[in-house]
Design a protein around this ligand. Structure first.
Ligand code: CO
Length: 135
């Protein structure tokens, strides 16, 4: 089922500081910050040759990552995202094996404008895992 690792998302308390850490200290190729209001996040992407890193900061009062940042005020890794051929089929197969797929297993349109699902961290030994269709 699993193809490539597509991205690793980190929630950070200060997007500017995180961005300059990756660009100035680590010398990585960093995007400008941009808002994804429909997802309640501000984001900076760090493009490596094999994987993308997403630096996320809450945007707006209802941000889905606000509570996570309150729990981890210094910032922390939020989720991994793996590519799959067909996210709907992946959702079905995972549920058949007793894995809880969030949003009742129904894919949502993610940040990369492709369908995504998330599976419950309690079913993955502690990590929030996202799946998205191969871009
Ligand atoms: Co993601």
């Amino acid at each position: 089922m699993l193809k490539r690792l597509h991205h690793v998302a980190m929630v950070v308390p200060d997007l500017k500081a995180a961005s300059s850490f990756y660009s100035d200290v680590l010398g990585a190729d960093v995007s400008d910050a941009f808002a994804l209001s429909e997802h309640g996040v501000s984001i900076v992407t760090v493009q490596l040759s094999n994987v993308l890193i997403e630096l996320l900061h809450p945007l707006g009062a209802d941000s889905p990552i606000q509570k996570f940042l309150e729990k981890h005020p210094s910032g922390a890794m939020h989720h991994l995202c793996f590519e799959v051929d067909d996210v709907e089929l992946a959702s079905q197969k995972l549920q058949e094996q007793g894995v809880r797929v969030l949003n009742d297993g129904i894919p949502k349109i993610g940040m990369e404008s492709v369908p995504v699902i998330f599976i419950h961290p309690k079913d993955t030994m502690g990590s929030l895992i996202e799946f998205q269709n191969i871009i």
